[in-house]
Design a protein around this ligand. Sequence first.
Ligand SMILES: [Fe+2]
Length: 269
Amino acid sequence: MKMTPGHLSDLKAWYAEYVGGFYLRHPAQKPNIKLKDDHTVRVCREIVEIGRELALSEQDLLIAEAAALLHDIGRFEQIIRYGTLSDVQSENHAALGVRILKEKDILRHLPEAVREVVMKAVALHNAPALSASERDDILRHARLLRDADKIDIYWVVTRFYTDRDSLKDVDVKINLPDDPGISEHVYELLLHRKPVRYADLKRVNDFKLLQLAWVYDMNFDVALKRIVERGYLDVLVSVLPADEKVSRINEMVRAHVESRLKPKSRRPS
Ligand SMILES: [Fe+2]
């Protein structure tokens, strides 16, 4: 049994009603609700476009869009329950989303294997890393969703850094001091391509530099290409201090991008 376009329309109708309820009941939280609602719409668009570039099957495109539609479903409850979009200050919004999907049995009409893929993709979309031991179809969809999500996070954060007023009403505050320079520890971790945890970040610049290095986490070259072409990396560099550490990491990042996106030669020489 396969997922059908009808299944996806039903999920979209449920999403619209569910999120619509939050707008109605919590008008004071409209900016935060809208931030995540708009993000969801854009991630759905990105995932389908990337999926088409990757020549995924129509079945996989439906599954991917369903996962994108539901990936941040926990955000709305998080906003209302905790008044924040910070997982650190509340709870993991992916786990919260999975709980909501299960409690309301939203995926009951989907074939069981598809249900599992969507559930897992949602659960893993914000995990620090993916375990390669997951089933192939789960890994593929989790990777796709993480890339589509990151592309839009790049859009949101670069907008935040360059036009803060446009997001002044929403809770995307970074609870770090805007001190000059880069923390030595974060720089060393990035230099050696070691994972950086949120607890390692000591200043806003550390966060910006980490976001520059997110390119290493991009799974699909076509998704990486979108980030480069839209100039998100250039924006991040422009809002970072012009110092030695930044240029070193920037050089590494650019070399990585170049090696992944250079036209692959058809014949081995
Ligand atoms: Fe999320």
